[in-house]
Design a protein around this ligand. Sequence first.
Ligand code: 86X
Length: 592
Amino acid sequence: MSTSEKRQSTSGKRMSQSGIEPKMETMKLTEEQAASSNNTPAESAKPTEKPKKQDKERKDQKSTAKSSQQQSKKKAEEPALIGITCSKSEDLSEWYQQVILKGEMLEFTDIPGCYIYQPASYRIWEFIQSFFNDRIRKMKVKNCYFPLFITEANLQREKDHIEGFAAEVAWVTEGGKNKLEKRLAVRPTSETAMYSFYSKKIRSHRDLPLKMNQWNNVVRWEFKHPMPFLRSREFLWQEGHTAHMTEEEAGKEVLEILDHYAAIYEDLLAVPVVKGKKTIAEQFPGAHYTTTLEGFIPSVGRGIQAATSHCLGQHFAKMFDITVEDPNQQVKDGQARDKLHVWQNSWGFTTRSIGVMVLIHGDDKGLIIPPRVAEVQVVIVPVGVTAKMADADKQKLYDEVDKLRQTLEDVDIRVECDYREGYNVGYKFNDWEMKGVPLRLEFGPKDAAKGIVTTSRRDQSGSKGEIPVSDIGSEVPKLLEEIQKSMYQKASDEYAAHRKIVRDWADFVPTLNDKNVILVPHCTTEDCEDQIKKDSTGNVEGQEVDVRAPSMGAKSLCIPAEQPEEIKEGTKCVNPKCGKEAVKWVMFGRSY
Ligand code: 86X
């Protein structure tokens, strides 16, 4: 397999039959955007959808716009809340788009594949940053920053695998009115920039380990359909790059980082992941081995790569001449010691994680943000405020609400009170639900009289509870933790239920078609995987086929660290055309 083919398989170039990508961008492009967009091959690679469908979408958009106008005419004094108008199960693509736009997470721009991260999503990124920074600082990793631009000569030093990535590099060719003598790449990743520096910086074994991390933005000019958060041309990430004296030390770090990544997903975002190792066919070609987290999107039954931590071996050290003298070698006076190449790792975590979180937890009312990353954890909505209510009574209620807020803030809960005038309670409830606030407290004269607040969990629509006012300082934090736990548990149970053991090839494709990922006994070789990809391709019943990619084969997602059982001696690879012995349970699936 050529490097470029490898690269293609690594990044999963195939499109879905039912995924959420097909309409994402076309839908949202306004006419001006469409008109002004300089049709690069990506944008002009039409038709991206069946024309019929596109027409329907346009109509939908227009009719939505119209009905909202009509509505606002009808009730001019009361703003109309246009909630999520489609269901997650029926049209995931449309649902996802509405949820992130109406939840004010993200906005489209006039550049396809580049998005505005509104405060609601950027705040989640900040929670992730501070959590991860705490962890890596304990490992003595230092944050730093390298330039956005990389010279072509430097980028070419990675020539071994650059070939496979070349099509995605964005270039700056002009500065002001002058053409640059040498064009500059916008970083797609910083290996070449950082390792040239490492080569200078690392002189002796005393300079090791060297552990640096950047929080930055990178650009990969994807030609696949862009999707907000999940696959964008510019994205935010952290890239960690470390150099070690020994393979053992490097290997330990790779797994430690993978654990931190899993903790971000599971403990912060309440998203279950499977830890594992990439097969040769799917690993980063420049790596010695690649460890990975694999997530799962139940609505489409597809896997999604959640993060990677690579052991690079000595591959880059040889390319970039990163060496130290052997500290253990016995030498006579004046005799030079042998040079040892360092062992390197790299690891990355991106804003894709936010999209995965939205897809997993959101429902037909909109976002559901896990409490630990919610900017607003609790919203207090005063209820039972009527027009004929005396001002003094209203003020009394609001003062009590403010006391509730103070009590919660004193125990570090992030609270918002909704005192907005001119919006009815139903509107307010829907609005905060759309934004995903995990817990709503309702407080009105009746509650005040009983000395309680009414609770409504965002993750359990319709079920309400009560907490005595005197206990909210202790009970609300507990309830938030319960919400966090139960969101994770629900998602985890669902992932587990859709991770099926398959022993026979006859069950391979049908089980995938039932929206599962599968664990199969496999030989872990590249050729066999290619074969499986071909043989598992085909139309999926009941799922619409994207015209740009009529079918999608399954690829290996990872070799799970936790194997379901031992592979018994004599077990054959699941692929009947392969004939080799199975060596591991490998997780296969259709994937993003
Ligand atoms: C591979 C590997 C690695 C640091 C990570 O996965 C974690 C963080 N980097 C990145 N990769 C490339 O090397 C690459 C290179 C070019 Cl020039 C490109 F255009 C795209 C790339 N994509 C991925």
